[in-house]
Design a protein around this ligand. Structure first.
Ligand code: ZN
Length: 420
């Protein structure tokens, strides 16, 4: 089926028509015709978004999310590809599990699913997982992460960085020195002291980032830092890049928007790892995203079953939903559309080595697209989101900007803001 996107604005440019045919962008110009027409006046076309950091929870916690429901949320959020984190049950530390997740993604069909492989067996941090077998499996794993926990053993981290070079892989580190965060509940600072909650100090993140940048430089490997949350982390990454170290970094929408002051009502919906930080940290990660020190926005979409989240703060699991609210939040930061496309599509596709995604909107390129209405407003209702879980920190908040349509290889996965 061919589609004409009529009067669309490519990355904020002047209105034009885009003909999508045979899975690719066939023509761009005025007065185009196709079998189907989508009135795209007022809509901004971005390359389909790519998430480096999604928890789909399957296998193991299908009560919180499944590949089907999580990728539905992704498509509704404008994503055409997501990286599925490895901290499932069983852990995605073998070719068998990553292939299972990959095939579930294909069967769901809402977006491409690129499974992340665990760095260590069972995320236990003691022995390397079957990295090579996962890389050469049908799932073609390129991103390896123990996310949820840090690969804290420096020698093991060094071996992982060396090993993934063989297949152009990258180690994505959840930077948290565990001996500094025992029992930690909230950013260590004024608010944690007021609330009497154990602090999660910025230095626990920064110490690992500094160490791993030095390790990556020493062995000449590619390193990616998950969910950067502190001003000091941004400074360290800026320093490492200036030294020529091959490091990339992501920031989440919630670390770009919310602060630890959100926790003053003890509502565990605001509990997340790394924790929400201070206003100065939010300003620093925004500046880092704008100047490219931080390469990508990643959602860290983390659905949790009600009983794991709606409990007392200390017992609640860390994490928040993110896929359907990411683009409106980032669009509200005042970045140019070309920068948003780079940070939410091109850079994450390059880091994850997904060659069909994050491409320019140009004739002959794969038709992976997100059509966004920057003027639309909507109110967040956790129960109306596509995720099986409801733990959004934005409940009741009015968002400006809405995804109207998503195209995956020329076929709409979302039209009129609804799944096709
Ligand atoms: Zn993490």
């Amino acid at each position: 089926m061919s589609w004409v996107l009529q009067g669309v604005s490519i990355l904020g440019g002047p209105p034009t028509d885009v003909l999508v045919d045979g899975g690719v962008i066939a023509e761009i110009g005025a007065g185009l015709r196709g079998e189907q027409t989508l009135d795209a006046a007022g809509l901004v076309a971005l390359p389909g978004l790519v998430d480096l950091h999604t928890h789909l929870r399957e296998p193991g916690r299908e009560d919180a999310e499944t590949v089907e429901t999580g990728t539905a949320a992704a498509a509704l959020g404008g994503f055409t590809a997501v990286h599925a984190m490895a901290n499932t049950d069983p852990v995605a530390d073998t070719a068998g599990v990553v292939e299972q997740v990959f095939h579930l993604g294909r069967a769901a069909g809402h977006c491409d699913v690129a499974p992340v492989g665990a760095v260590t067996v069972g995320l236990r941090g003691t022995a390397l997982a079957e990295l090579g077998a996962m890389a050469t499996s049908a799932a073609r794993v390129r991103v390896f992460s123990d996310d949820g926990v840090c690969v804290s053993d420096a020698g093991l981290m060094r071996r992982a960085l060396e090993y993934v070079k063989a297949f152009d892989g990258v180690v994505a580190q959840h930077a948290e020195e565990p001996s500094l965060t025992v029992g930690a509940q909230l950013h260590e600072g004024v608010v944690s002291a007021q609330l009497g909650l154990a602090g999660w100090p910025a230095v626990a993140e920064e110490a690992i980032i500094a160490r791993d940048c030095l390790l990556a430089g020493h062995v000449g490997s590619r390193l990616h830092i998950c969910h950067v949350s502190t001003a000091g982390s941004v400074e360290l990454i800026r320093f490492a890049k200036a030294r020529g170290i091959d490091v990339t970094a992501e920031v989440t929408p919630h670390h770009l928007l919310l602060t630890d002051a959100s926790a003053t009502g003890y509502d565990p919906v605001f509990k997340v790892n790394p924790p929400l930080r201070t206003r100065a940290d939010v300003d620093a990660v925004r500046a880092g995203l704008a100047d490219g020190t931080i390469d990508a926005v990643a959602t860290d979409h983390a659905p949790h079953a009600t009983e794991d989240k709606e409990t007392e703060w200390a017992a609640a699991r860390p994490g928040m939903l993110g896929l359907q609210t990411a683009l409106p939040i980032v669009a509200g930061l005042g970045l140019a559309w070309s920068v948003i496309a780079e940070r939410m599509s091109s850079a994450p596709a390059r880091i994850g080595r997904l060659p069909g995604h994050g491409r320019p909107i140009a004739v002959g390129e794969p038709a992976n697209l997100c059509l966004f209405d920057p003027a639309a407003t909507w109110t967040v209702d956790g129960h109306a989101l596509a995720s099986r879980a409801h733990n959004t920190p934005y409940e009741g908040m009015t968002m400006t900007g809405a995804v109207v349509a998503t195209f995956l290889r020329g076929e709409p996965t979302v039209l009129d803001g609804k799944l096709t």
